[in-house]
Design a binder for this molecule. Structure first.
Ligand SMILES: *[C@@H]1O[C@H](CO)[C@@H](O)[C@H](O)[C@H]1NC(C)=O
Length: 333
């Protein structure tokens, strides 16, 4: 138990405005965290329960940062009062699809691309909108699909337009299930059949399932004509695709290290149980040579590196880290 006391005290260096090693009880840290994140609990029993989870998470974060010897750091964030099971249930809404895997029969237009640059960042090329926040709604699949549609729209039209996830949540209900999950390829199919997708401004995000607004649905600001799946389990193919446009990917984001990722190149604590949709908007190598995918998440800009995570690339497993190369796809115009 002594070791946990020491870890608990050193955790204080992560609270803004506090001196390292300042001896503040975990309950005070939790109060400060509640204020920062506007968190309220329904009664004292719930607060006690949350404090206990918060404490366990802080101890885990400190332990991994001090003794993990990893290329990434964890940090206290807005998810720190959630157990890993709660976190997974709320935020990870990608529904693994064997049907999706079969769709890989479409062509892969980038297969003959060679001499790829050492790094790509679609943010610098102006094809990525500011980080969004899905809130407590498991529609990561909509954010992932919209990010790659925003990308191809900018590339082909020259215009970067923030597009509507809520339209997908409300109107793409034949195959996808709004806040209860979905698949990016099905979202692309909806956009094709619907004749386009409207803007974020016209059909703003509400983080809840609601009725499709048919008038807004009829506004077709961004159009795509098709989509293709990147050949499965091939990081080299994924690299060719990402060199050409932002790509939607599914990953296993269910680990507690992913929940609390703060910075650096993420190298693991994940399997290949695909449960989260995100977008790869670049790749590169860290200063120590570790290769990474630049991944845009939809958990707000306070998570990770301003809303992004760098995930290790070329890991040796065909599936890629956290299964990132298993179900990658991109829209075409
Ligand atoms: C790639 O090159 C091969 C051989 O020249 C050709 O048969 C194939 O059609 C090319 N693929 C694409 C997508 O252009």
């Amino acid at each position: 138990m002594i070791i946990f006391m020491i870890i608990g005290i050193s955790a204080l260096d992560m609270i803004e405005g506090r001196m390292i090693g300042e001896d503040v009880p975990m309950s005070v840290m939790h109060e400060e965290w509640m204020t920062k994140h506007d968190r309220f609990y329904k009664d004292d029993a719930e607060k006690e329960r949350r404090l206990k989870i918060f404490k366990e998470n802080v101890e885990h974060i400190e332990y991994v940062n001090k003794f993990g010897g990893l290329k990434y750091k964890l940090g206290i964030n807005k998810f720190t009062d959630l157990t890993n099971e709660e976190f997974k249930a709320i935020y990870n809404g990608f529904r693994f699809s064997n049907v999706g895997l079969k769709k890989g029969t479409r062509g892969f237009r980038y297969e003959n691309f060679t001499d790829l640059p050492a790094s790509v960042d679609w943010r610098a090329r102006g094809a990525v909108t500011p980080i969004k926040d899905q809130g407590q709604c498991g529609c990561c699949w909509a954010f992932s699909a919209v990010a790659s549609v925003e990308g191809i729209t900018k590339i082909t039209s020259g215009k970067l337009i923030s597009l509507s996830e809520q339209e997908l949540v409300d109107c793409d209900t034949n195959q996808d299930q709004g806040c209860n999950g979905g698949i990016m390829d099905d979202a692309f199919e909806f956009i094709i059949k619907n004749g386009g997708l409207t803007t974020e401004a016209n059909y703003p995000y509400k983080a809840i399932d609601s009725t499709c607004n048919n008038m807004k649905e009829a506004s077709h600001i961004a159009t795509i004509s098709g989509y293709e799946d990147v050949p499965t389990n091939s990081e080299s193919s994924l690299m060719k695709a990402v060199e050409n446009q932002p790509v939607s990917v599914a990953i296993d984001a269910g680990g507690s290290d992913f929940q609390h990722y703060s910075s650096g190149v993420f190298t693991g604590d994940c399997g290949t149980n695909l449960d989260h949709g995100v977008a790869v908007v670049g790749y590169g190598s860290a200063s120590d040579g570790t290769k990474y995918w630049l991944v845009r998440n939809s958990w707000g800009s306070s998570w990770g590196e301003n809303g992004y995570i760098r995930m290790q690339r070329d890991v040796g497993d065909d599936e890629g880290l956290c299964g990132i190369a298993m179900q990658a796809s991109y829209p075409t115009t």
